[in-house]
Design a protein around this ligand. Structure first.
Ligand code: ZN
Length: 258
């Protein structure tokens, strides 16, 4: 029973982390310093679904993320231009042991399906989680939004190697190198400047890519990649110390809109 309660507490803690509304603290007020899941070994992606009852979707879900954005599964659709209203409301950057995450004030939003989805946080993965026709990119950013009813929408941006990314550098200058550390962003960071110029996108129905792997997530991935320098990529990899991407999940009955 105690064990079950503990697992529940951890589960709720991570739901909070993901939604970005809660602080990085477990309900007992303790810092989560030893994540209960990881990207390899006995608490790695293969076992996520069995680490806690809250994580069951990681094992049994049929609409999981990430996926390979493969031409084979794409259908042409009239994907409407996204109405993106991002402002410079990023306030702090933290290292939670799984990623580097930027917390926003929730003033930025995007309109999807006629609903306003507010940007709660954005974070990074190396290599990319999504692949395009089987190819990985070196880096991917996820902009996590929720609407007033708690529905989740994530915008993914793929990065290729190239020039120094100026907006990303503003965050990198404050990157916390130790797990559990967080730094205030003492400079204006506008997440809009991390998005590609062309806003054509793929869209599909998926999940969170970390426990609890909740489904019903509206995924938007921009087709055009943006650039990151080798130096910026290496700093992220060094600080993380391991690849923080969940393996590609089966597409099952889904289609990708393009
Ligand atoms: Zn992510």
């Amino acid at each position: 029973m105690v064990r079950k309660l503990l697992l529940t507490a951890v589960g709720i803690g991570f739901v909070g982390l993901w939604g970005g509304f809660a602080s990085e603290k477990a309900p007992m007020g303790e810092k989560i310093e030893h994540p209960q899941w990881s990207y390899s070994g006995k608490t790695g992606p293969k076992y996520w679904g069995y680490l806690s009852p809250e994580y069951i979707m990681c094992a049994i879900g049929k609409n999981q993320s990430p996926i390979d954005l493969n031409e084979k599964y794409m259908v042409k659709a009239c994907t409407r231009p996204l109405q993106i209203n991002y402002v410079a409301d990023a306030v702090k950057v933290l290292n939670n042991g799984h990623t580097i995450k930027v917390i926003t004030l929730g003033k930025s939003y995007v309109v999807i399906d006629g609903r306003k989805f507010y940007l709660r946080q954005f974070h990074f993965h190396a290599p990319s989680e999504h692949t395009v026709n089987g190819e990985y990119y070196p880096f991917e950013a996820h902009f996590v939004h929720t609407d007033d009813e708690g529905n989740i929408a994530v915008i993914g941006v793929l990065f290729k190697l190239g020039k120094t990314n100026k907006e990303l550098q503003k965050i990198w200058d404050y990157m916390p190198t130790k797990v559990g550390q967080e730094n205030l962003l003492l400079t204006k960071v506008n997440p809009y400047l991390l998005l590609p110029k062309k806003k054509d996108y793929y869209r599909y129905n998926g999940s969170l890519t970390t426990p609890p792997c909740s489904e019903g997530v509206r995924w938007i991935i921009f087709k055009e990649p943006v650039e990151i320098s080798a130096e910026q990529l290496n700093l992220f990899k060094e600080v993380m110390g391991f690849p923080n991407n969940r393996p590609i999940q089966p597409i099952n009955a889904r289609k990708i809109l393009k």
